[in-house]
Design a binder for this molecule. Structure first.
Ligand code: NAD
Ligand code: FMN
Ligand code: SF4
Length: 446
């Protein structure tokens, strides 16, 4: 039976209530942390655990915590990033609606470790019902003495605030989120300074993803070494994967990092295989921002070994043959999918969501959308494929925040691996624009 750190009790009836969560061992980490540990000891356990940020960038959580500046007389904040807007990613939503107390317990333990007395959960604005679930759970925890003034008589105070998000993808970028939380338009700031030095109201702030924060109770209860013993290499612990697309069993799965991609797709325990009667064509492994891979490269590394669900294995081969684990938004495409149409769809999203501060992102996303649209709709020019590659290159690395890279990588990787399919659209416009038409040329389907 696979190790479940976050979702072990997710199917227990009533687990969203304080009483049932407590009966399953909930809030013991708060008791242990506040009554028997110092903040530095908790930070040390999180460091030992090696847990990497589950929002997508994979930055070591303990290291980020230890970078938190501690100037005298200045408040520190913990902000939970629950904006989750990456296409293909829906695991934080799943965790919050089913296990609100797991997140709240993690927020208490983490806030105590960081010396924060006021912490925020910034929730994607469209998820009003989740916001209500969280607010109800916070009120329950407060009534039982786990939040508010003098928690469990330890002298530690914590106010926990749920903030509805601004309704824009960019508000998930941590500095845009902080601007939005301060009541301003969600425009990203230049980094450095990182939020750990200058964050909310210019005070030291840790921003962590929902899933990252939710792991901390288990780490406090079981120790960092026990967490680090799960997973593979520097990809320690478990990861929630949002699985969608042409598979038999879409859903959110908690896997131990290191499972072969092939097993994750085909085993009944997880995706249950490509939908019956179809073949595997392509994979977006970590949310819409990461490079797309053709089926053969998704399953196998250049040296013939199986590709694994881990930070290192997914990125093996760099951008030539690899991708990224990102936020774990695992989107599977079968042979009925048109890569050009999908790339245009992603580009349309990034153009719409660009905040417009940097010219390469604002203009480049617009150009990519426009050129992809004309290729998809039968008006492509012979030079368009190279033009797309050129625009993507000019965006990459030249912007304030990584939304620009996130817009460039899906285009550059789709052309890298599926160039023939783009060319077929340009060469055969009348065939390519028939309803449901898909390129059927030479292609490694699995
Ligand atoms: N979950 C989603 O819905 C979603 C949506 C879009 C993008 N993403 C992910 O976002 C990722 C990019 O995020 P990012 O721009 O925040 O990445 P980043 O690498 O700049 O930062 C990652 C985290 O580490 C911290 N950090 C990095 N270096 C630091 C230092 N020297 N000192 C202190 N803190 C430091 C940052 O403050 C941040 O919290 C992408 O990889 C993508 O997968 C997720
Ligand atoms: C455009 C953009 C959107 C992002 N959206 C989210 C998000 O919705 N949730 C999230 O946790 N991180 C998101 N991130 C990453 C955050 O900036 C940040 O790295 C993360 O919240 C840090 O938490 P972690 O270290 O626990 O992953 C986004 C980044 C970018 C560039
Ligand atoms: S890269 Fe795009 S989204 Fe990010 S700050 Fe620049 S214009 Fe805004």
């Amino acid at each position: 039976m696979a190790t479940k750190i976050l979702t072990e009790h997710i199917n227990v009836p009533g687990i969203e209530t304080f009483d049932v969560y407590r009966k399953q061992g909930g809030y013991t980490a708060v008791e242990k942390a506040l009554k028997t540990m110092t903040p530095d000891e908790i930070v040390e356990e999180v460091k030992k655990a090696g847990v990497r940020g589950r929002g997508g960038a994979g930055f070591p959580m303990g290291m980020k915590w230890s970078f938190l500046a501690k100037p005298e007389g200045v408040p520190r904040y913990l902000v939970c990033n629950a904006d989750e807007s990456e296409p293909g990613t829906f695991k934080d939503h799943y965790l919050m609606k089913n296990l609100p107390h797991l997140l709240i317990e993690g927020m208490i333990v983490s806030s105590f470790a960081l010396g924060a007395n006021k912490s925020f959960i910034y929730v994607r604005g469209e998820l009003m019902y989740v916001i209500r679930i969280l607010e109800k759970a916070i009120a329950e925890a407060e009534a039982k003495g786990f939040l508010g003034k003098n928690i469990l008589g330890t002298g530690y105070d914590l106010e926990l605030v749920v903030q509805p998000g601004g309704g824009a993808y960019i508000c998930g970028e941590e500095t845009a989120l902080l601007e939005s939380l301060e009541g301003k338009r969600g425009n990203p700031r230049n980094k450095p300074p990182f939020p750990a030095v200058k964050g909310l109201y210019q005070c030291p702030t840790v921003v962590n993803n929902v899933e990252s924060i939710a792991t901390t109770s288990w780490i406090v209860n079981n120790g960092g070494d026990a967490y680090a013993a799960i997973g593979i290499g520097r990809s320690t612990g478990t990861k929630l994967i949002s699985a969608s697309g042409h598979i038999n069993k879409p859903g959110v799965y908690e896997i131990e990092l290191g499972v072969p991609v092939e097993d994750f797709i085909y085993a009944d325990e997880w995706c249950g295989g490509i939908r019956t009667g179809h073949k595997f064509k392509a994979l977006v492994a970590g949310g819409s921002s990461v490079p797309i891979l053709p089926a053969n490269l998704a399953l196998t590394l250049a040296n013939g070994e199986k590709r694994l669900m881990s930070y290192e294995s997914l990125s093996d081969g760099g951008f030539a043959t690899g991708t990224m684990l990102g936020s774990g938004g695992f989107i599977v495409f079968d042979e009925t999918s048109c890569i050009v149409r999908n790339t245009w769809n992603f580009s349309r999203f990034y153009h719409h969501e660009s905040c417009g501060q940097c010219s390469p992102c604002r203009e480049g996303t617009g150009w990519m959308e426009k050129v992809l649209h004309r290729i998809e709709y039968g008006h492509g020019h012979q030079q368009d494929i190279d033009l797309l590659v050129d625009v993507a290159k000019k965006i990459e690395g030249n912007t304030i925040c990584p939304l620009g890279d996130a817009a460039a990588w899906p285009v550059a990787s789709a052309i890298r691996h599926f160039r023939d399919e783009f060319q077929w659209h340009i060469d055969n416009p009348s065939e390519a624009t028939q309803p449901g038409a898909v390129y059927r040329g030479e292609m490694a389907l699995v």
